[in-house]
Write a protein that binds this ligand. Structure first.
Ligand code: KMH
Ligand code: ZN
Length: 307
C-alpha cells in the first residue's frame, strides 16, 4: 500500500516492552496503573495505537492475563485507542506465555514474529547497567545465549489462534528472511493478504539501524509481497535512531512507532520522563511534514476484514 503525499499516518506508542530493564530508567511503567496512565497520556499526545507488554510490579515481563485485562480495560475506560498486544513478550517466555495477553483482551492487533533469531539486548558486559532487581541480573547473565524462538509450527499455531480471536497480526520484520517467511505464509494460506507489516530496526540479531536498512527492507518487501503488502510501520531502537526513523517513516508515508520499549532518551544526555514525551516529538515530526495523525478509527478502517 502506498500513501499519497499528504495522507495521514498513525503513531504507535510502545509503552513498556519486555527488553528494557526498569533499572535503566525510572520512567518505564511497570505497575498496571502506571502503564494505563502513561498510555492515556501517549494517546493525548497523538498516539492512536498502544502496543502493550505486561510486567510484574518489580518490572519482570509478565504473562499474567489478569494484568493484561486490567491494563486494557483501564486504557479503554479513559481513551479511544487501538490496542496492540505483544506476542513477542520476552525471549525468555514460552509460546503459551507469549500468547496469553492477546487471547484474553480482544485487541484489534497483536504482534506476529516471523523467525527464530539471536536477540541480544546487552551483549557488552562493560556497558551493563547496574541493576536493582535480582531478575535483571539474571537477564544480563543470560546475554550471549538468548534465542528468540519462532518455529514454523509456532507461526502456524499463532496464526490459527489469531484467526479464532479475529485479531489482525502485525508482522514484525527484523530482517530480510522474515519477508520471505511472510511470502511463504501468505502463499500457504496461513496468513491473509494484504498483511500489516512493521519493520523493527536495530535489534542485535536482526538488520542494522541505518536509514539505508529501512530503504532496503521496504524495497524488498514491495518486491516480494507486491499488492499483498498492506499498511507498513517502522520501529527503530535507541537514541537517535528512533527519532531519525520516525522522521523518515513519516516522510515516506509509513506509520511511526516510538516509546520507552524501544528508546529511553530525548537527547544524548536526557532521559524521557514518560512515553508521551517521545510521542510529542513523533507527532511534531509527522505534522511538520504536512501529514495529519490518523485517529484510532482511521487505523481500524485500515485493518481490513482479514480475520
Ligand atoms: N521489542 C521490540 C524490539 C513484539 O512485541 O512482539 C519488538 C516488539 C515485538 O515489539
Ligand atoms: Zn513489543
Amino acid at each position: 500500500m502506498t500513501r499519497g503525499k499528504y495522507d495521514p499516518v498513525a503513531i504507535t506508542a510502545a509503552v513498556t516492552g519486555g527488553d528494557v530493564l526498569p533499572s535503566q530508567s525510572s520512567a518505564i511503567p511497570c505497575r498496571v496503573e502506571d502503564v494505563v496512565t502513561q498510555s492515556v497520556a501517549a494517546v493525548e499526545a497523538g498516539a492512536s495505537v498502544i502496543h502493550l507488554h505486561a510486567r510484574d510490579d518489580d518490572g519482570r515481563p509478565s504473562a499474567d492475563q489478569r494484568r493484561f485485562i486490567e491494563i486494557v480495560e483501564g486504557i479503554r475506560e479513559r481513551v479511544d485507542a487501538v490496542i496492540s498486544i505483544s506476542t513477542g513478550g520476552s525471549p525468555h517466555m514460552t509460546a503459551e506465555e507469549r500468547l496469553a495477553g492477546a487471547l484474553v483482551t480482544r485487541p484489534e492487533l497483536a504482534t506476529f514474529n516471523l523467525g527464530t533469531m539471536n536477540y541480544e539486548g546487552y551483549p557488552d558486559p562493560a556497558r551493563w547497567p547496574s541493576v536493582q532487581h535480582a531478575w535483571e541480573r539474571e537477564v544480563l547473565e543470560r546475554s550471549g545465549t538468548v534465542v528468540f524462538t519462532n518455529t514454523l509450527a509456532m507461526l502456524r499455531d499463532f496464526a490459527a489462534r489469531f484467526k479464532e480471536q479475529r485479531i489482525t497480526p502485525e508482522l514484525e520484520i527484523y530482517d530480510l528472511s522474515h519477508i520471505g517467511m511472510a511470502r511463504y505464509l501468505i502463499d500457504a494460506g496461513v496468513l491473509e493478504a494484504p498483511v500489516r507489516v512493521q519493520f523493527v530496526l536495530g535489534v542485535l540479531g536482526g538488520a542494522g539501524n541505518d536509514l539505508e536498512d529501512l530503504f532496503h527492507l521496504h524495497a524488498t518487501a514491495r518486491r516480494v509481497l507486491g499488492d499483498d503488502l498492506g499498511v507498513v510501520g517502522v520501529a527503530a531502537t535507541g537514541y537517535p535512531m528512533q527519532f531519525r526513523h520516525a522522521s523518515l517513516a513519516a516522510g515516506m508515508g509509513l506509520d511511526v512507532r516510538v516509546g520507552l520499549e524501544d528508546s529511553l532518551r530525548m537527547t544524548r544526555a536526557e532521559q524521557a520522563g514518560q512515553n508521551a514525551d517521545l510521542v510529542e516529538v513523533a507527532a511534531r515530526l509527522v505534522t511538520l511534514q504536512g501529514r495529519a495523525l490518523q485517529t484510532p478509527d482511521e487505523v481500524r478502517a485500515g485493518l481490513g476484514p482479514w480475520w
